[in-house]
Design a protein around this ligand. Structure first.
Ligand code: GUN
Length: 298
C-alpha cells in the first residue's frame, strides 16, 4: 500500500497562522511588535532568497523584521559589533545570522556572540546544552519542525525505535536529542555506520539528513515506518529539468511503496524551517517581555 504523504506545506501554513494570532495578542499586551533581526553578509543568491522569504513571512505574521545586509568584505569585528547591538536592542527578540558566512569569518565565534535568549536559530552552544539537559531554550528550526510533523502523524512517540541518519550539529544531533526527550530509542547513524540498511530496517521512525541524493532505498525501510526526509539535493541537469531535479535523501518512488507515511521533497520538511523560526521568535518575545506563554501553546 502506498504511504500517506505528510504535507509539510499545509502544516507550516497552520503553524504560521497560530504564530500570527500569538503575535497579535503579544502586541496588545506588550505595546510593541515581536521582532526578528536577520543578518546577511555578502550576496550568495540562495541566502538572499532565504533572507527575503524570512522577512516577508515575519511581516505577514504581524511581527517586525529588521534586515541587515553587509558587504562580503565586512571585517569580522564589524559583524560582531552589530550582533552585540542587536543583543541589547529591546525591539529585537530573535537574531539570525545567515550561514554560510564568508571565509574570513569564524562562524562559531559569531554564533557565540548572539545572546542565547535571542538565539532563535538554536545554533549557540548554550542552546545545544540546554536541549541536551532538558532546560528551556531554543531548538534548531529544521529538527524541531521534523518533530512537529512526527507528533502530528504519530501522537505519542514513547518507546518507538528511531534512526537518525546524519550527525550534523544543526540537524542530526538536535534531532536525536529531541527524539530521546520523547522517550524514543534513538540510534544516530552516519557515514561510518556498518550495515546501514539493517540498522534503518529496525526503525519505526527514520529521519534522513545526510545530503546524499536518494540514498535510502525501499528495502531499507520497515513496512509502515514513518520517514522524514530532510535532504535537498539537485540531480545533474537534464533536458527536461535544466536546473536539475530536486530530490531528498530518500528514494521517494521506492520508499513510498513501503513506508506508512513519508515527507515529499519539495513540500515536506522544507517549508517547516521558516515557520518554526517564526514560532521560536514569538516564544522568544514572550520570554523576553516576561509574558507567560502556556507550555504547549504553540
Ligand atoms: N542557511 C541555510 N539555512 C539556514 C538556517 O536555518 N539558519 C541560518 N542561520 N543560516 C541558514
Amino acid at each position: 500500500m502506498a504511504a500517506e504523504i505528510i504535507d509539510g506545506k499545509a502544516f507550516a501554513e497552520g503553524l504560521r497562522e497560530r504564530v500570527g494570532k500569538l503575535a497579535a495578542s503579544f502586541e496588545k499586551e506588550a505595546g510593541r511588535k515581536a521582532g526578528l533581526a536577520v543578518v546577511l553578509v555578502g550576496e550568495d543568491p540562495a541566502s538572499q532568497i532565504y533572507v527575503r522569504n524570512k522577512g516577508k513571512q515575519t511581516v505577514a505574521c504581524g511581527m517586525a523584521s529588521f534586515e541587515h545586509v553587509l558587504p562580503v568584505d565586512t571585517p569580522e569585528a564589524d559583524l560582531l559589533a552589530l550582533v552585540e547591538k542587536l543583543n541589547t536592542d529591546p525591539a529585537v527578540d530573535g537574531i539570525l545570522v545567515q550561514l554560510p558566512l564568508p571565509d574570513h569569518m569564524d562562524e562559531q565565534k559569531v554564533i557565540a556572540t548572539i545572546n542565547p535568549d535571542k538565539d532563535v536559530d538554536g545554533f549557540h552552544v548554550i542552546s545545544a546544552g540546554r536541549l541536551a539537559v532538558g532546560q528551556k531554550g531554543f531548538v534548531a528550526c529544521t529538527p524541531l519542525g521534523c518533530l512537529m510533523l512526527l507528533k502530528d502523524r504519530l501522537g505519542e512517540l514513547s518507546g518507538l525505535d528511531a534512526v537518525v541518519i546524519g550527525r550534523s550539529n544543526i540537524v542530526g544531533k538536535p534531532m536525536a536529542q529531541l527524539l530521546l526527550k520523547e522517550s524514543c530509542t534513538v540510534t544516530i547513524a552516519h557515514s561510518r555506520t556498518r550495515n546501514l540498511p539493517e540498522v534503518v530496517r529496525r526503525a519505526d521512525i527514520v529521519v534522513a539528513a545526510v545530503g546524499r541524493p536518494e540514498m535510502v532505498k525501499g528495502d531499507w525501510v520497515k513496512p509502515g515506518a514513518t520517514v522524514i526526509d530532510v535532504g535537498m539535493n539537485r540531480l545533474p541537469p537534464t533536458e527536461e529539468k535544466p536546473k536539475g531535479k530536486l530530490v531528498g535523501d530518500v528514494d521517494f518512488a521506492e520508499v513510498s511503496q513501503v513506508a506508512g507515511a513519508i515527507t515529499p521533497v519539495p513540500g515536506g520538511v522544507g517549508p517547516m524551517t521558516i515557520a518554526v523560526l517564526l514560532r521560536n521568535t514569538i516564544v522568544a518575545a514572550h520570554r523576553n517581555a516576561g509574558i507567560e506563554l502556556a507550555e504547549g501553546a504553540i
